[in-house]
Ligand binder design. Structure first.
Ligand code: GTP
Length: 340
């Protein structure tokens, strides 16, 4: 998971660490720092030590070619080019003027500069769907979440994972099988619903998806459920009909959150999909799937940095439990911290 990106970033830290140089600076001695009268005779050596401070700094200018090379390295690992550029630019700013004191591990300081650069790109206010579900239940209202995404990204599996997590937290959701475009999709979601013991509202193949969402909300109201998870059809994002259909589902269901499911393995295309869906329908948050199978790792960074919408979860496998909460700090630790 994220293997190659991790390796590249560690490599970058090492390269930068090699280019630190020692600086010796004369520091004027203040009267308080002057040795006391009695010790006057020993003054010579002591004063000299006190007068000079040695630290290391990084010649960022000299590093330019290396850093530029890293923009390319990162973009080969699915970090969108503009994100890679911004990341390196921020890293450069964090390095400039750094004074690494004697005895301090320079790698740690450089690592922190890189971590901060990444955090600056991906830290956007997030929310927790499970906590939101619990809150809706406490307040006796209905939380509506609409899931979107192109074919095969893992949308149905992700809805099942979210439903599972909610059920475990004590909130049973109602599923709305509003992907009436693909006959198999309804069946697939039904299998999950039965396995987990959560209600599902379905309609025959070809029915109006907005009406399925509407019925599921009515069902939840009538039976006292507090969450409705709406599946929608996955087709290519450039499909105009699909986008109109999604807008209609959104208009009818008035979801609290529109969550876009993206596949980490699609790399830069995930970023394009995110932009497209955001412009066409509006996206509140993202869930990134198949991160377990993603050796490159850049998609997570790119998506979070490009659309400035929170990544809520990462899908890390095919089981219901394989959904982990995404936290930017956890993510940078995972990338640059100790091997876990
Ligand atoms: N390794 C891995 N596989 C996943 C993950 N999430 C989903 N999958 C697999 O991806 C494949 C597609 O998942 P679906 O849930 O059917 O995808 P979908 O987006 O609903 O597909 P459509 O219904 O065609 O739109 C399935 O084989 C899932 O098991 C994940 O986080 N990791």
């Amino acid at each position: 998971m994220l293997g190659r990106l991790k390796k590249a970033l560690k490599g970058l830290v090492n390269e930068v660490a090699k280019s630190t140089k020692e600086v010796t600076e004369e520091k004027p001695v203040t009267p308080e720092e002057r040795p006391k009268e009695k010790k006057e005779e020993k003054k010579g050596l002591l004063t000299k030590l006190k007068d000079t401070i040695v630290y290391k700094e990084i010649d960022v200018k000299k590093l330019e070619p290396l850093l530029e090379e890293y923009v390319l390295t990162l973009s080969e690992l699915d970090v969108a080019y503009e994100v890679a550029e911004e990341l390196i630019e921020n890293f450069k700013k964090n390095l400039a003027g750094l004074k690494i004191k004697r005895g301090v591990d320079e790698r740690e300081v450089i690592e922190k500069a890189l971590k901060d650069a990444i955090l600056g790109l991906i830290s956007v206010p997030a929310f927790d769907l499970i906590e939101e579900a619990k809150r809706a239940q406490r307040e006796g209202r209905i939380l509506k979440i609409m899931f979107m995404g192109v074919n095969g990204v893992g949308k149905t599996t992700t809805i099942a994972k979210v439903a599972y997590a909610m059920k475990r937290a004590g909130v049973t959701p109602v599923l709305a099988a509003a992907d009436t475009f693909r006959a198999g999709a309804v069946e697939q979601l039904k299998v999950h619903a039965e396995r987990m013991g959560v209600p599902i509202i379905t309609k025959p193949y070809g029915s109006d998806p907005a009406s399925v969402a509407y019925d599921a909300i009515e069902y939840a109201k009538a039976r006292g459920f507090n969450v409705v998870l709406i599946d929608t059809a996955g087709r290519m994002h450039v499909d105009v009909d699909l986008m109109n259909e999604l807008r209609k589902v959104a208009r009818v269901a008035e979801p609290d959150y529109k969550v876009l499911v993206l596949d980490a393995l699609t790399g830069n295309d995930a970023v394009e999909q995110a932009k497209f869906f955001d412009e066409a329908v509006g996206v509140d948050a993202v869930i990134l799937t198949k991160v377990d199978a993603d050796a490159k790792g850049g998609a997570v960074l790119s998506v979070a940095a490009t659309i400035k919408k929170p990544v809520l979860y990462l899908g890390v496998g095919q089981n219901y439990e394989d959904l982990i909460k995404f936290d930017p700090k956890w993510f940078v630790e995972r990338l640059l911290g100790e091997e876990k």
